[in-house]
Design a protein around this ligand. Structure first.
Ligand SMILES: [Zn+2]
Ligand SMILES: [Zn+2]
Length: 381
């Protein structure tokens, strides 16, 4: 008679989350975090595929039977913020902290990994994907361009973000656009300085700058059917010297929209305007686009699935009337595959994301776990 071995892997999601919190790594530098996740997946008997789009990794849990393929994504990068906290798992890395809760997103997906390693889906395949570099908007696109991922026929993609300001464990969701497209535009205008008493001898960008600011302020008015927002975040002209007529100007603005098409059109219009100003005023011009994100557009079917699972799990559902104004690079997955991004409430008075006193609420690890497993049950029974 052979002795029965207990092969159930032990995994404490809270302890794991707090351990990640102690050792945060910035976007693109997540070497150790990726290693720790890979080790944990391996301990569950899973086979992580590593080095996907930088430090990204994923594993496939195959039922061996025909069916759909569903991908769940968690991010794992931290931010250049100095933590102000007194809890026992405060960041040990100076000036870096998990201020967006990506430590929690990852811990909850590992909890799902453990469960699926014991009870695999009945049909099809489940992909558990761990993504670096979300905060810089580069991680998702780097991962989804890797052929090891693109060769898989993916039917459904899901991810969640924790969200302070909402009731703990509430499911926050919206059909169609959930989070806006956004980009930072930096416009440089270059002319020629001259003596302030002889401005006609120089090429001043002043009129062009004023025109450009007015243009940006009214740009969203062209789009009646979409939410569009332009915020001028910085503008500078010339030097702080009374003797010099300015030769250079800079205008920085963020652009946002819930519609990828309107968003693209705003960018084209801005580029056209800047070209026109160059010709009209004899200036050298330059536009640089920073931190670009697509809009995260949910599919109706997948939103309904999340809501149905939330109802069965007795979770409160909050349907947004307007999309979140912030951006999430899970949008890249949603432009390639159908799926849904949703949020889980972190508590009404929880410190805001990216604040130095923020800490992921461990109570919602179970919430995320049960929603994800509920989706597996629905899609892979
Ligand atoms: Zn963030
Ligand atoms: Zn985040």
């Amino acid at each position: 008679m052979s002795e029965q071995l207990d092969t159930t892997p032990t995994f404490d999601a809270i302890a794991f989350r707090q351990q990640l919190h102690r050792f945060p790594e910035l976007s693109g530098d997540e070497v150790n975090t990726a290693q720790v996740i890979a080790t944990q997946l391996t301990s569950f008997g899973l086979k992580p595929i590593i080095g996907v789009g930088g430090h990204g990794l994923f594993c496939v849990i195959d039922s061996g039977k025909q069916g759909q393929t569903t991908l769940f994504r968690a991010d794992f990068d931290a931010l250049p913020i100095t933590e102000k906290a007194t809890h026992g798992h405060v960041s040990q890395h100076d000036g870096i902290m998990h201020a967006c809760g990506h430590d929690g997103h990852t811990a909850s997906l590992l909890k799902v990994a453990k469960q699926l390693s014991i009870t695999p889906p009945a049909h099809g395949k489940v992909i558990l994907l761990f993504q670096p570099a979300e905060e810089t908007g580069t991680g998702a696109s780097a991962m989804i361009n890797d052929p090891r991922l693109t060769k898989l026929p993916i039917d459904n993609v899901f991810a969640y973000h924790n969200l302070p300001g909402y009731q703990l464990s509430q499911i926050i969701i919206k059909d169609q656009t959930f989070a806006c497209a956004s980009v930072g535009a930096m416009v440089g205008l270059k002319g020629k300085t001259s003596h302030a008493a002889r401005p006609e001898n120089g090429v001043s960008p002043t009129n062009a700058m004023v025109d450009l600011i007015g243009f940006l302020q009214t740009l969203p008015e062209n789009y009646r059917d979409a939410f569009c927002l332009v915020t001028i975040v910085h503008a500078s002209l010339g030097e702080e010297a009374f003797g010099i007529a300015p030769g250079e100007a800079k205008v920085m603005a963020t652009m946002r929209s819930d519609c990828n098409q309107a968003f693209g059109d705003m960018k084209v219009k801005l580029a056209g305007k800047v070209e026109q100003l160059a010709l009209q005023h004899g200036l050298e011009v330059e536009i640089t686009w920073e931190e670009p994100f697509n809009a995260a557009v949910n599919s109706t079917k997948h939103v309904e699935l999340v809501k149905s699972v939330a109802r069965h799990t007795h979770l409160d559902i909050h349907e947004l009337e307007e999309p979140m104004r912030w951006s999430e690079d899970f949008a890249e997955f949603l432009t390639k595959w159908n799926g849904a991004l949703f949020c889980i409430g972190s508590g009404e008075s929880h410190p805001e994301l990216h604040n130095p006193d923020y800490d992921f609420p461990d109570a919602i690890l179970d919430t995320a776990n049960s929603v994800f497993l509920g989706l597996v049950n629905e899609l892979h029974r």
